[in-house]
Structures are given as C-alpha cells and as structure tokens.
Design a protein around this ligand. Structure first.
Ligand code: ATP
Ligand code: MG
Length: 366
C-alpha cells in the first residue's frame, strides 16, 4: 500500500492507452497532466472553491469518466482545462496543467478563451453551444479551414463526409440549416462532427447526452466512442452515471466537494471501490436482479453537504456514517494497488471492522 500526501498524485508508468482491464496506473507520457488544479469563483456574495486541488493524468487514447453529484466541480474542472474560465471573477491555478507537453496556464491570463490546438470540448446542450446564426455548413467550414487554407469544394466534401460519419445522411439540407431547424438528436450529432472534424487529440465531453432521451443518448454515446476510438482521440467524459464509466471508460475519477475522492479502473469499480461515496453511488444504481420493489439506498444530505471544507478536512464527512474526529483533518490519499487511489482516512479498514455500521446512512436527502 502506498500512502501519498494529501492533494498529490502518484506518477507510475502505464501503457500508452489503457485497456479497461485491471487497475491501469497513470501514464508514462501523459497527454494531459493536471496537478493541484484549483478554481475559485468570487462574487459579492462570497467565494466558492469549486475545484479544490484536483490531480490526474490522462494517456493518449485513454477514456476517463469524471463522475460526481451536481455541484461537485466537474464542469469547473473541464472548463478550466479547456481554457474557458477567463472571466475576472474566476481564479484558476495549478502546480501543473500540461497538454501534449505544453503548459496551458501561461504567465499572462487571456481575456477571452483561446483555443488549444488538439483539444476540443462538447457541452450538454447543443442548442446553446452551436451558433444560432450560422448554417451548419459554415460552422463546419470554419473548423475545417482553421488549420490552413482549403478550397471550397474540398471543404464541402469534407463537411459532407463528416455529416455522414455522424449518421446525418440528408447532407444538403443539414449543411444549409441553422441549428434551430434541426432536431435535438441531429444537433448533438452536428456538435460531435464539429468537435471531431479537426481530429483532436483530446475531447472533453461535459454530459454530452443528458439533453437527449434514453435511446438517443445511447446512440449518441456509442457514436462518440466509435469515432474517438477510430481517430485515437482521448476522452474525458463527465457524467452523473457511474454505470456509464463501467461500460464505456478505462478509468473513473469520482469527484466530491471539489476533490477527486477516488480514482479507479472501470474493471475495479464494482469489486474494489473503497471510498464511501463511490460505494454509495454503486449501491444506489437500480438493477433488475431479484426484480423486487425495494427502496433503493440513497445518500442522505444534510444542509451544507457537498461544499469544500475550508479547513481541508473530508468534505464527505457530514454524510458519512464512518466519519470520526480525524476526518476533520485532511484525509491522506492511499494507493491500495497501483493506479487505484482513495482519499479517505478509513480506506484501509474493512467495513466489518467499522462496528457493522452501514457505510452510508440511507434515507431521503434532507
Ligand atoms: N460562474 C460561476 N460563478 C459562481 N459559482 C459557480 C460558477 N460556475 C459554477 N459555480 C459553482 O461551482 C460549484 C461547482 O459547479 P460545477 O458547474 O462545476 O458543478 P458540476 O459538478 O458540473 O455540477 P452539474 O452536475 O450540476 O453540472 C457549484 O457550487 C457552482 O455553484
Ligand atoms: Mg456540470
């Protein structure tokens, strides 16, 4: 067992792209390397430490899920990495934020977001992310010509090819349409084409299918995975859905109160998860096994739960049945097996030795 100082990550060698089996440790030459990322929003009402010392690496071609409840800091993490947090009311800092060998946080802070070559991001709601004034064809052309001049016929042929790739076959109509003239599912596909036609090395997808109904969401997710795999694009995907990461990703980063509380391979999630928040999430997923109508366990939420702890203590402790006095101090990060990291004082203690307490208090959130 390795114990790592709180807030830090362990760098251990790994294959270029993990396979999803076993606990794949962090990459030897990561595509993305994040150490001690912090995001603070300030307003007249006070400050919110939305991201409170997040550290992780992502290998080329790897798929990593960022999971956590609403307000845990998932979007703020992604927006900071993608360089969208340039407003004067936001402070972004990191000991290290490198993409493809380059530092993303320069000495001078840009006033408007500056695109990072090779890195794109897609958002939850395609309607608010696509430009409502430009046609789909013009928006695709803007991305396809960003890397250098191309003649019009070539751009049109490429744009058409990308629409077909994302499953939109009525290409003439779609190219000439504005986003509001398309259905929600079509817009999401257009957004994917826009995100991937520049062949990025990393795609950050912030709940890319949550605005779609269940069957469209699954189709869009499968398309996203198929295309990123084909292009060798690494994926950082945000979700509330812990099952998604088991099914589609190599690794999961579980966030709570602005911190990563557990980092674990998809293969290890069901059997080896140790943080009480992760195990609580896993228990609250309905299954058809047994097919009996029983109330699902929930994670009780007293007022104020989910906020970063100003003293650096465990932010999950107001909801945790294990919580003891030492949880008011910063929990260490332990590494039970290489690549599996847990931020909890009790990560080494089997549940049976915790006085038979349920790991989480059941009941409806307050
Ligand atoms: N522009 C902003 N100004 C002030 N506070 C913000 C801003 N954006 C986010 N926050 C705060 O930062 C915290 C983290 O928000 P974030 O959007 O990252 O959560 P999230 O994990 O993505 O949640 P969700 O699953 O609901 O999208 C929240 O407390 C939120 O209120
Ligand atoms: Mg979000």
């Amino acid at each position: 067992m390795t114990t790592v100082t709180a807030g830090n990550k362990v760098s251990t060698p790994a294959p270029a792209a993990s396979t999803g089996s076993g606990d794949g440790p962090g990459p030897a030459t990561p595509l993305l390397s994040v150490t001690d990322l912090r995001v603070r929003f300030s307003s007249r009402r006070g400050q919110v430490d939305a991201v409170d010392g997040v550290s992780f690496d992502l290998a080329p071609g790897e798929r990593v899920a960022l999971i956590g409840e609403s307000g845990s800091g998932k979007s703020a993490t992604c927006l900071a990495i993608a360089g969208f947090l340039t407003q004067p009311t936001v402070t972004v800092s990191a000991a290290r934020l490198d993409f493809a060998g380059d530092a993303l946080l320069g000495r001078r802070r840009p006033r408007v977001p500056v695109p990072t070559p090779g890195l794109t991001m897609v958002f939850q709601d395609a309607m608010t992310s696509l430009d409502p004034v430009w046609t789909v064809g013009s928006q695709l052309a803007a991305v396809l010509t960003a890397g250098g001049r191309r003649d019009r016929a070539e751009v049109r042929a490429l744009a058409t090819e990308w629409l077909v790739r994302v499953g939109l076959h009525d290409t003439r109509r779609v190219l000439g349409s504005r986003p509001y003239e398309l259905s929600g599912g079509m817009r999401q596909r257009v957004m994917l084409a826009l995100a991937l036609c520049g062949r990025p090395r990393l795609l950050i997808a912030d709940e890319p299918t949550s605005a779609l109904d269940a069957s469209l969401a699954r189709d869009a997710m499968e398309l996203l995975l198929e295309l990123t795999q084909e292009l060798g694009t690494a994926l950082l995907i945000v979700s509330h859905d812990i099952k998604l990461s088991q099914e589609y990703c190599d690794r999961s980063l579980v966030m709570y109160g602005g911190r990563i509380v557990e980092e674990i391979s998809a293969g290890g999630l069901a059997e080896r998860a140790r943080h009480p928040y992760t195990t609580g999430l896993l228990r609250s997923v309905p299954t058809l096994a047994g097919a009996r109508l029983e109330e699902l366990p929930t994670i009780a939420a007293p007022a104020g739960a989910g906020q970063a702890d100003p003293e650096g203590g465990c932010s999950f402790r107001p909801r945790c049945a294990r919580a003891g006095e030492r949880c008011a101090t910063p929990p260490p990060v332990t590494e039970p097996v290489p690549g599996h990291r847990v931020r909890c004082w009790y990560a080494d203690v089997p549940e049976t030795e915790l006085g038979g307490l349920p790991v989480l208090s059941a009941g409806r959130p307050a």
